[in-house]
Design a protein around this ligand. Structure first.
Ligand code: NAD
Ligand code: UDP
Ligand code: UDP
Length: 354
């Protein structure tokens, strides 16, 4: 019955069954860990709009209540403050497991707290990725739910193959400053596949490439949010290194569409979910200038350790098996993010409280 609910609901699969008019398909119960964060809250919007019952589990490490405030009065919505490093008991049909500290560059942005937050951050990364994922897989096993892991393009490390195909095993420094995140996600992928192979849990793995959009943390240190916030505040945009390193930037609505198709499709993955449009950081700065302020300045800063030189997804697999591809190019997505940032930066309410 769970599968039928998926199919009737999703619209992607033709079951051949005619649904009598007026008969509503069974609503799915969906858990979104990390659902008050940037990506999670956009996913929650889509699931709620589809008529699902949604439970968000979040410890508000980087997430914000504001992102999901508009659902709090809806009886189909439930918010639980909980750290996934601790066991969790509930009943759902699907688990989207997003909970994970976001950008591992927080510490650079907060020099005063560098040492303390550096340690706290990286420790949290490991624990959440390993113990948190294990707990959510244990939950999926007990209640026979389908489990989706949001992994990352960082599993490819500083890639020696370009663009990156899912069959590439990556080039990760296991003892570097970024490895808590990269290796943490690699372990999370391993656990997910082991639960699938060994215990027959239905799993899905997404490898997400750099994603941007409204509701991103203002000061989390990621490049798009940095440049946009800096240009709006009339501060110079900080380009690390020579700015010739590349990334491929995906608008958040494209990602959410890909995640939902992956969850409802028949394929385990891993699937690259990203926009193949590749930009150097200097090119990105230029797009931000064109969008916000042609006079915005650029300031060069030393680059960070182990920074991947290039990154671009090969999305052939997602195109063929999920019928998915990104629709929003950078010059269209950026203005939507800019209006959200403008409002948050210049509103009288200070941001940041949970
Ligand atoms: P985000 O920081 O906005 O969201 C993460 C959410 O998880 C936050 O709400 C945070 O409070 C919550 N969280 C963190 N640790 C937790 C814990 N132990 N228990 C419960 N909740 C916890 O980041 P995001 O960009 O929305 O990322 C969502 C997922 O997508 C993450 O797993 C991330 O690794 C993955 N991802 C994102 C990108 C990107 O470019 N945004 C790229 C690759 C992968
Ligand atoms: N777990 C959980 N919720 C559940 C079931 C399990 O949080 O509903 C946790 C459990 O505490 C354990 C982890 O998931 O730490 C792995 O569970 P599993 O049953 O796979 O392994 P075991 O408990 O047998 O080691
Ligand atoms: N970067 C930059 N200026 C910034 C923040 C980041 O030039 O203010 C660079 C960073 O060195 C990296 C790229 O932008 O080469 C993407 O960094 P981000 O942290 O956004 O994502 P990731 O490295 O995880 O892909």
């Amino acid at each position: 019955p769970r599968r039928i609910a998926y199919e009737l609901h999703s619209g992607h699969v033709n079951t051949g069954v005619r649904i009598p008019l007026g008969l509503k398909p069974k609503s799915l119960r969906v858990l979104v860990t990390g659902g008050s964060g940037f990506v999670g809250s956009h996913l929650v919007d889509r699931l709620m709009a589809r008529g699902d019952s949604v439970i968000v589990v979040d410890n508000f490490f980087t997430g914000r209540k504001e992102n999901i405030l508009h659902h709090l009065r809806n009886p189909r919505f439930e918010l639980i403050r909980h750290d996934v490093v601790e066991p969790l008991l509930l009943e759902v049909d699907q688990i989207y497991h997003l909970a994970c500290p976001a950008s591992p560059v927080h510490y650079k942005y907060n020099p005063v707290k560098t040492i303390i937050s550096f340690k706290a951050f990286f420790f949290t990364d490991h624990k959440t990725n390993v113990v948190g994922t294990l707990n959510m897989l244990g939950l999926a096993k007990r209640i026979n739910a389908r489990f989706l892991l949001t992994s990352t393009s960082e599993v490819y490390g500083d890639p020696l193959e370009h663009p990156q195909v899912e069959t590439y095993w990556g080039n990760v420094n296991p003892i570097g400053v970024r490895s808590c995140y990269d290796e943490g996600k690699r372990v999370a992928e391993t656990l997910t596949m082991d639960y699938h192979r060994g215990l027959n849990i239905e799993v899905r793995i997404a490898r997400i490439f750099n994603t941007y959009g409204p509701r991103m943390c203002l000061d989390d240190g990621r490049v798009v949010s940095n440049f946009v916030a800096q240009a709006l505040r009339k501060e110079p945009m900080t380009v690390y290194g020579d700015g010739k390193q590349t990334r491929s930037f995906q608008y958040v609505s494209d990602l959410v569409e890909g995640l939902m198709r992956l969850m409802e499709g028949e394929h385990v993955g891993p699937f690259n979910l990203g926009n193949p449009g590749e930009f150097t950081m200097l090119e990105l700065a230029k797009v931000v200038q064109d969008t916000i302020d042609p006079n915005a300045k650029i300031e060069f800063r030393p680059n960070t350790e182990d920074d991947p030189h290039k990154r671009k997804p090969d999305i052939t697999r997602a195109k063929e098996l999920l019928g998915w591809q990104p629709m929003v190019p950078l010059h269209e997505g950026l203005p939507m993010m800019v209006s959200d940032f403008r409002q948050r930066i210049f509103s009288h309410h200070r941001e940041g409280g949970n």
